[in-house]
Every structure is written in structure tokens, then in C-alpha cells.
Write a protein that binds this ligand. Structure first.
Ligand code: HEM
Length: 226
């Protein structure tokens, strides 16, 4: 038991837990993206998918609670590592890498992380804890389109869409650093693996960012040209 406690408190233990919880969050994001892309198949398909998910409740609440725990653990331990690094840097100030040795994604980590926390809270209020059959779900023809209508209406506002796209780019930068950090934590860095991992992380980040962002862009184009 005391071994387990010292693992959680150790720097390597924290880094490994942050890496594993980060990987779990990436898996959620990939699954969520796949579900979101059903939006392109129209209201019927998208609402059917949302209903299938909600029909999995109450069992699904366990998964959702698990996701919340993973998110909170990831955030808290990351904050703890950052604080430890700041403390150790004030002692070993000559060890700190100059900022141009660190990639843009790395330098942006505190900002992208904060933006993502704010985004998730806003996003849940936006689409999860909302009336999916009220006025917000009604499209131009005066009919209610359920969750599809809620999402569509939200993205007809360029500011709303713009803020989502900023959050998606933050996610991309965060993932790019996160995947490389995961590999480093588990010792995959070598002259052969490092460039490959860099490539994988960059392409994963680009594909995820552009795929999520395509939804608000698609709605805006459709709305403005209708
Ligand atoms: C254009 C981008 C996105 C769209 C259109 C979108 C859409 C949605 C919708 C419609 C729901 C509600 C599902 C329901 O209540 O049935 C939802 C839930 C959620 N989304 Fe997103 N999402 C997007 C991006 C993201 C991103 C990038 C994240 C994470 C960083 C995220 C995290 C979540 C979470 C945690 C939930 C709650 C899941 C649950 O209740 O089980 N979403 N999203």
C-alpha cells in the first residue's frame, strides 16, 4: 500500500498516470469524433446515434463517471507536475531549456490545457445539459430537429463557431505535444522512433483538429448560402 502511495507521489508515477489518462482521453476523442461525423448523414442518422447512446443509460453513467475521473486525474496531476517543475527550476535555473529549444506545442501547453478545461465546461452546457427539443432545436422551416437542430443552430453563429474552432486548434496543439510526451514517458525515444512519433503525433493532431472543425465550417457555409 505504501509502495503504491509513493508511486503516486513520485515524479515518474505522476508522469505515467498523466500519460495513460491522456491516452484514454484521446480514445474518447477519436470515438466522439467518429460519432460527430454522423452529423453529415443528416438529422435522422445523427439523432438516432444520440438516442442509441442515451438508451445505454443508466449503465452508461458509469462510463461517463469514469471519463470524468480520468479527466480530473489528468488535470490535477499535470498541475502538480507543472508546479514541481517551476519549483525545481528556481533552484536549477540553468537547467531550463531556452524557449526556442522547445516546440510551439510544448510552450503552448498551459494555454491549450486551460482553454480545453473552459471549452469542456461550456461544451457540456451547450449540447449535453440543454433542452434537446426546445426552441434551440427548431430550424428555419419551423420544425424541431432534436440534438441535430441544437448543434446546427449553435454553429450558425460565426462567433460560436469561431470559438469552437479556436478550441479545436488548442486540442490539436495539446495532442501534438501530449502524444510525444506519452512516448517519451514510456521510453520510446530513440533516433529511429522519435522522428516517427513526431510524424504520427502531428498527423493525428491535424486530422482530429480539421475533422472536428469541419462541422461548424460546414454549418456556416450551408447557413450563409441558404
Ligand atoms: C465540433 C466539435 C464537437 C461537436 C459538434 C460535439 C458535439 C457533441 C454533442 C452533440 C454532445 C452531446 C451528446 C448527447 O448529449 O447526446 C457532446 C458531448 C460531449 N462532448 Fe463533444 N463535440 C465536439 C467536440 C468535443 C471535444 C473536442 C471534446 C473534448 C475535448 C468534447 C467532449 C465532449 C464530452 C466530454 C461530452 C459529454 C459526453 C457524455 O455525456 O457522455 N467534444 N459533444
Amino acid at each position: 500500500m505504501s509502495n503504491l502511495l509513493s508511486y503516486f507521489k513520485s515524479s515518474i508515477g505522476k508522469k505515467q498516470i498523466v500519460a495513460v489518462t491522456g491516452l484514454m482521453l484521446i480514445l474518447f476523442i477519436v470515438g466522439h469524433l467518429a460519432g460527430n461525423l454522423i452529423f453529415y448523414l443528416g438529422p435522422e442518422a445523427f439523432n438516432k446515434y444520440a438516442k442509441k447512446l442515451s438508451d445505454l443509460r443508466p449503465g452508461f453513467y458509469v462510463v461517463e463517471f469514469g471519463l470524468l475521473v480520468v479527466f480530473v486525474v489528468h488535470m490535477t496531476l499535470t498541475a502538480s507536475i507543472v508546479l514541481e517543475n517551476i519549483k525545481s527550476r528556481t533552484v536549477n535555473y540553468n537547467v531550463k531549456k531556452s524557449s526556442n529549444q522547445r516546440s510551439l506545442s510544448t510552450r503552448l501547453m498551459p494555454f491549450t490545457g486551460t482553454i480545453l478545461i473552459a471549452f469542456v465546461v461550456w461544451h457540456l452546457l451547450d449540447f449535453t445539459f440543454t433542452d434537446k427539443h426546445g426552441d434551440a432545436s427548431v430550424l428555419q422551416d419551423g420544425m424541431s430537429y432534436g440534438l441535430y437542430g441544437v448543434v446546427y443552430n449553435a454553429f450558425t453563429d460565426p462567433i460560436h463557431s469561431g470559438l469552437y474552432i479556436i478550441a479545436m486548434f488548442s486540442l490539436g496543439f495539446h495532442l501534438n505535444h501530449g502524444i510525444q510526451s506519452f512516448a517519451q514517458t514510456f521510453g520510446f525515444s530513440s533516433p529511429t522512433y522519435t522522428p516517427l512519433i513526431k510524424n504520427i503525433s502531428q498527423w493525428t493532431a491535424i486530422v482530429i483538429t480539421l475533422s472536428f472543425s469541419s462541422i461548424p465550417v460546414y454549418v456556416l457555409i450551408q447557413f450563409l448560402s441558404s
